[in-house]
Structure formats: structure tokens, C-alpha cells
Design a protein around this ligand. Structure first.
Ligand code: PLP
Length: 375
């Protein structure tokens, strides 16, 4: 069986976890959390980088930091994971869905302005497959209308827009380290910002609404409940896992790009024959090889493809059920304009297996089976 994803750990993972235990600090913000925070602050060049227990949690931290009032609106794509919208629904805000671009499956920046009302407070671009949204256009709209930009960079580890790391182009950025992402800790996430006010706010939100972080830095002599919040920090055991993986990030990225490029080249002819379309990376974006997908011409072709691959013991899942068509999406969200690209993509996109430990034999088996099906 070739699985869609297989989680990884490194030769150091168990050692670092054991070390966290031997240090007697397994709760949040111990040695390994601090190492991860420094790693991201340096790598992303941000003022604040805070580990969270999931990408979902990081999005919730951002949504609470945005200080939304009930009924405030947040513009985002419908073609995304439910957490993108759910984080704002928890704040009683209303996600407003606009269509996506047919090339990158990212929010169509030309459709954002018509979705803006007097209640709009934020834009939430999702960097689908780790490929950048057109952030200059989005940031310009946000500036003109006084809106926050909150990047769902869950899939966007080590990817760039015009040379700048994704997750650092808006007011706040949220990453995921779920086992299906490029770097992982089982479950895990990261909140980043360059804004001093948001940085302090997020710290409080993450620590149950207390100023505990200030206390540990010696800036206050006792800590107390100062604002609303929850508990979003991961255990240092999780951080130890993540840090061991971050140390191997370069190798991981190299391998993922190797697999991605193999797929990309192998399916060139199928694209020329009009059987499928391969991923498109705009000139302003980089490819972090988070995902390799194929787009079929219609739902029927995709359904047959997934069944045929499963017959050959290869798992090729699809996503997303567009949020505007999901029960909770209908209840809590609204749409702006027609979402025909979203609907079409959600019926025709399929993802191929891509994980660090994939062997050349497995990659070739997937390629052979795709070619066989399309012939
Ligand atoms: C994975 C993902 C999330 C959620 O991250 P978790 O760590 O699983 O909570 C949110 N948004 C997008 C686009 C994702 O791919």
C-alpha cells in the first residue's frame, strides 16, 4: 500500500523528548519551545513567534487578537480547511467567501473589493499548497480600507512571495505542524506577528488571558488574569519533536522538491494531451513542495481515477468540500459573487502521495499508475 502521507521523525527526536523529561519541564515554553521560537524568529525575521498546539489554535489566537465584534465580516476563500473559517465563527464574526483563482486555487484578489462592506474587518488569504497569494494586491486593498490581513500559512512553511517568507506579509500569520505538513510535531502550530501590540496581546491570549510571559521575563512581579484567552501552548515534549524536525528542514524540503519535480516532469505529456493540468507557480511565488495535485477535466474522471489508484493500493485523496456548501458554512457564513471556480476545483482536484520517506520505487509506482490510467 502506498499511503498518501507517512509522518516522519528524525534520529534526534527521541533523544530530545527524553531530554525534555530529564530537565523536569514537560509543560509549555521549556527549553525546546524556546529553541523553536528562536528558530522561527530568526528564519522568518519576525518579532513574535509563538508555538501553538495546532494550526487551528494559531488561527484562533489571531481571531481573538483581531478584536472582532459580533457580525463583523472576514473575507476568505471557501476552498480551504474548515479551521480558517471556524476560528472567526468562534468570535461571532461572519466569514464572507469569495471565489479563487483557477491557476493557484488561492483567493481571487480581484474579487475581494466587491465583498467589502462597512462591517468588514479582515482579509484571510490562504496560501494553498504553499504557493503565495498575490500579497501586494491584498495588502494594498487592506491598507485602503483599514483591514487586518491574517495569513493562513498552514501549508506555507519555507515558501516565499517576492523573496519574503509567507506568514510574515500580513499583520499576523498562522502555520500548522500537523503530521500532513512539511515539518511536523504530530499536532502543532505557530503564530507570528511583527506588530508590537498584537505580539503582546497574543502572548496573553495564549496563556489563559494572563501576563505570565511578562512575569517569566521579570517584567511584572506576579502574574494575573488580565484579558480573555485560552491555553494554546503545546507541551515541551511536542516542541522537542518539532525542534528535531526543524533541524532537518533543509533535507526534508530537498526530498519533497525532488518528489514534486519527478511528478511534474512525468506528467508533462498528459497535460499537453489535455488529460490533466499540473500545478502552476506564479513568478512572484516559490514552491515549497507541500502538495502535488492533478486537476482532471470533470468529476467523473477524478472519481474513476481515485478508484483505479485504490485498486492498485495507492491512496489519492481529494479536498476540499467547499465551506460554503458545508452545513456549518451555510449556517455561519455568507458568499459574495459566484463561486464557480471553487466548485469546479473541488470536483476535479486530486492529491498524490508525497512524504519524506517515499522511495524512488514508490514514486515510480505512482507515476506508472497515473500514466496507465490516463492512457
Ligand atoms: C492544516 C491546515 C489548517 C489546520 O491546521 P491544524 O494544525 O491541523 O489545526 C488550517 N488551514 C489550512 C489551510 C490547513 O491546511
Amino acid at each position: 500500500m502506498i499511503y498518501f502521507n507517512v509522518p516522519l521523525h528524525t534520529s534526534k527526536t527521541m533523544e530530545y523528548i527524553a531530554d525534555a523529561f530529564s530537565l523536569g519541564h514537560t509543560s509549555g515554553d521549556g527549553k525546546y519551545s524556546k529553541l523553536c521560537h528562536e528558530w522561527f524568529k530568526n528564519g522568518l525575521n519576525v518579532k513574535q513567534a509563538l508555538l501553538a498546539h495546532s494550526g487551528t489554535a494559531a488561527l484562533e489566537m489571531a481571531a481573538i487578537s483581531a478584536n472582532l465584534q459580533p457580525g463583523d465580516e472576514v473575507i476568505m476563500p471557501s476552498y480551504t480547511f474548515c479551521s480558517t473559517a471556524n476560528a472567526f465563527v468562534l468570535q461571532k464574526a461572519v466569514p464572507v467567501f469569495v471565489d479563487i483563482r483557477p491557476d493557484t486555487q488561492n483567493i481571487d484578489e480581484t474579487k475581494i473589493e466587491e465583498a467589502i462592506t462597512s462591517k468588514t474587518r479582515a482579509i484571510v488569504p490562504v496560501h494553498y499548497a504553499g504557493v503565495a497569494c498575490d500579497m501586494d494586491v491584498i495588502n494594498d486593498i487592506a491598507k485602503r480600507y483599514g483591514l487586518l490581513v491574517i495569513e493562513d500559512a498552514a501549508q506555507a512553511f519555507a515558501s516565499y512571495y517576492k523573496g519574503k517568507p509567507l506568514g510574515t506579509l500580513g499583520n499576523m500569520g498562522c502555520f500548522s505542524f500537523h503530521e500532513t505538513k512539511n515539518v511536523m510535531s504530530g499536532e502543532g502550530g505557530l503564530f507570528v506577528t511583527n506588530d508590537d501590540t498584537l505580539a503582546e496581546k497574543a502572548e496573553i491570549i495564549r496563556e489563559k488571558g494572563t501576563n505570565r510571559s511578562k512575569f517569566f521575563r521579570g517584567q511584572v512581579d506576579k502574574y494575573t488574569w488580565v484579558d480573555e484567552g485560552s491555553s494554546y501552548l503545546p507541551s515541551d515534549i511536542v516542541a522537542a519533536y518539532l525542534y528535531s524536525v526543524l533541524e532537518e528542514a533543509e533535507q526534508i524540503q530537498k526530498k519533497r522538491k525532488y518528489i514534486w519535480n519527478k511528478y511534474y516532469l512525468a506528467f508533462e505529456d498528459l497535460e499537453k494531451l489535455g488529460k490533466i493540468r499540473r500545478p502552476i507557480i506564479p513568478a512572484y511565488a516559490t514552491n515549497n513542495a507541500h502538495m502535488f495535485y492533478l486537476l482532471f477535466n470533470d468529476l467523473q474522471a477524478r472519481t474513476h481515477f481515485i478508484a483505479a489508484m485504490k485498486n492498485s493500493d495507492i491512496l489519492t485523496p481529494f479536498h476540499y468540500v467547499p465551506l460554503h456548501s458545508a452545513p456549518a458554512g451555510k449556517k455561519y457564513c455568507r458568499t459574495c459573487g459566484d463561486l464557480s471556480v471553487t466548485n469546479k476545483i473541488s470536483e476535479t482536484l486530486v492529491r498524490l502521495p508525497l512524504y519524506f520517506d517515499m522511495t524512488d520505487e514508490q514514486i515510480d509506482t505512482v507515476i506508472d499508475n497515473v500514466l496507465k490510467f490516463c492512457r
